[in-house]
Design a binder for this molecule. Structure first.
Ligand code: ADP
Ligand code: MG
Length: 334
């Protein structure tokens, strides 16, 4: 894919606030029609990233092209083509649901009629048609989110920035919103940048994920890439009928790609680089005259990856991150 086809292309974006660095040399990209998740705990820099890319916040340094525009000199033009769901939906309490949409539609240059029709269509699609003419004052968090999402979509933007779209929602409302976001990208070709601290949401929706901790990008790739790259977490559980004896543990540990072997009640857990290492693990058991009753190789899941990254980030807090990014994106040793 050529650079010009990228919806977002940013390099070394850095932004500090008086309290410290909120975003440290962020480089990433988004392709047309993908859901890109910015994943990380509170304070990771997700909202800052989103605001920079939408041109409402200036960077200290770095460069970005979003929909082919420079967000900081062509922000107005850019924002006519992007839709934003901010963390706290920010609706006008005095207005009805539909009036809130109409108001923003007019700001975006739509005719009153067009804004009204499109607004009503969206409210109906989000199951809020019956509340169109009710003031938003008494609305639940879930209802507000839906109206805010409708508002973000009103002018049919090519690129959507959704900041914590499911925070404060109950499980049913969360599922609805997640399904809706999925269909925006899959059925309507929209590109979505999704900020979330919910791993499950990112894993379900995102084609690629950027994992941020304290302003530093620690991993960027498909959920599968991220899991595969975290090589040391490939876990093989061995059922040997009894705890692995020290000589076997030593033999396992000395294998080329084995990082660690730990005896368990019925055998051992071996941490290797990849699934390809399983045969050599079993062969070592046989050589050591252990009876292998069962082999259970377990691919790392996203949760493993996320927590391993978080631990890595915590360990590196005193030392800067570039080496970590390198270590993480390094090829799996073979
Ligand atoms: N407008 C601001 N003024 C001062 N500090 C800010 C501002 N926006 C963000 N920060 C700080 O930058 C860091 C990253 O914040 P943010 O991007 O909101 O993280 P996230 O969205 O991942 O929770 C935090 O330490 C936050 O306090
Ligand atoms: Mg945020």
């Amino acid at each position: 894919m050529g650079e010009r086809d990228l919806v977002i292309d940013c390099e070394a974006l850095t932004r500090s606030f008086p309290a410290g660095v909120a975003l440290d040399a962020l480089t990433l990209d988004a392709r047309p029609g993908e859901v890109l998740a910015l994943l990380g705990p509170n304070g990771a820099g997700k909202t800052t990233t989103m605001r920079l890319l939408n041109g409402v916040l200036l960077p200290d340094s770095g460069r970005a092209s979003v929909l082919g525009l420079d967000p900081w000199t062509q922000g107005e033009e850019l924002r006519r083509r992007t839709g934003v769901l901010t963390e706290n939906a920010g609706l006008d309490e005095r207005f009805t649901a539909l009036e809130n949409l109409e108001f923003v539609g007019r700001l975006r240059g739509m005719t009153e009629q067009a804004a009204r029709k499109r607004g009503m269509d969206l409210l109906e699609r989000f199951d809020m048609g019956h509340r169109a003419d009710v003031r938003v004052q008494g609305f639940s968090t879930g209802q507000r989110k839906r109206i805010a999402l409708a508002r973000a979509l009103l002018h049919d933007p090519e690129l959507l920035f959704l900041d914590e779209p499911t925070s404060g929602l109950d499980p049913a409302a969360t599922r609805d919103v997640v399904d809706l976001i999925g269909s925006l990208a899959a059925d309507h070709g929209r590109t979505v940048v999704l900020c979330t601290h919910f791993l499950g949401e990112a894993g379900k929706l995102a084609s690629r994920m950027a994992v941020l901790f304290r302003g530093v990008l620690h991993a960027f790739g498909t959920p599968g890439d991220l899991a595969a790259e975290l090589w040391s977490r490939f876990e093989v559980r061995l059922d040997l009928g009894a705890p692995a004896a020290p000589p076997l543990i030593a033999a396992l540990t000395s294998l080329p790609h084995v990082h660690e072997a730990v005896a368990t009640e019925r055998g051992a857990i071996v941490f290797t680089s990849a699934r390809d290492d399983v045969p050599s693990v079993v062969a070592a058991c046989v050589r050591e005259r252990s009876t292998v009753f069962g082999v259970d190789p377990r691919d790392p899941n996203l949760e493993d990856v996320y927590f391993a990254l978080e631990a890595q980030a915590a360990r590196s807090r005193s030392t800067p991150a570039p080496d970590l990014v390198g270590a993480f994106s390094a090829e799996v040793p073979s």
